[in-house]
Design a protein around this ligand. Sequence first.
Ligand code: ZN
Length: 352
Amino acid sequence: MSNTPELIMPVAPAGINTSRLEGPLSTDRLSDAIVAVLGVGGSMTKLESLARCGVRRFKLCDFDVVEPTNVARQGHEAIGQLKVEAAAHRLKQINSSVEVTTVPLDCTTLSDEEAARIFSDAHLIIVTVDRFTADAWANQLALRLQVPTMWIGVYGGAGGAEIVFWHPGLESCFRCVMEHRYRLQHEASENGVSLDPASDGTLFQDIMIVDGIAGHIALGLLTRGEDNYFGRLIDELGDRQFLQMKLRHDWLLRGQDPVRHVLGISNENDSYFCWNTIARRNGPMAGPCPDCEALRGHRFEEQVDDDGRKHFVRILPETDALDVVRTIPGDAQVVPTTVEDETDSEPDSVSL
Ligand SMILES: [Zn+2]
């Protein structure tokens, strides 16, 4: 008789006990929600944390396989396996009742009809693809399907990161918020240049910082309208739909520390270091948004302010349903907050 102890493989429970999360979070809403993810590479910790909160239904879109370098940065271990398969396996280890639809394709190759068939029942789309063309594709998908969507990325060099979110109650879409980046990307592509930065230097720790904040936004979007902390979070943010995080204390954008600048922190304040987040509104628009025009029927009129500066104001169609909220059982309609403010700078390109 062997005296080797018998190895007992733990079996993930069917379902997950989220009873100790109740209070700030409506976990029953999450068990009915469908979360779609474009780009599974840098999303593993996000997906895991959502599964631990009770999300059971995922649609994962990524054509990549796990490379040896992904083990160090992205939370994957199964080298050579499709990332969507590796992620599905990991999620089922957390909760065996998790259902995963894998889409091992480049999302941007899907036709509008194919994309609608796959993603139209999603309650949230998370975009973590390291290509601007995929971000832009996802914006049109979000507007066409009216699905709340968030874009997450780390800036080149990992000094900072950003999250942009949109839901049908918000006027500005991703393209409205990022109109400066769209312009730069367009100019670069005309010259045959890519502005998509390499993600070298981004640590797993960096991704976890960003994912913790992105996870809060995701929970807010998925449970919006509930009478608790996360149910109120998105409407308390209102149109502050562009978050920037400072990951490294020496991070600068065009020679300036955007967090110090936006928060008005003096150079003498030595409590300020890094790991802070700012939530920014979209500023005056320099031009019309072609996506909001084509897919939402919005119009833009040029106006000149008292200082002679030109900007564009949005005219909503009479039938616009800005306050239609994507329905998850128990959802409520919420009127978004709008407050005047200015956003004076745009970020560099991002990647994960
Ligand atoms: Zn727009």
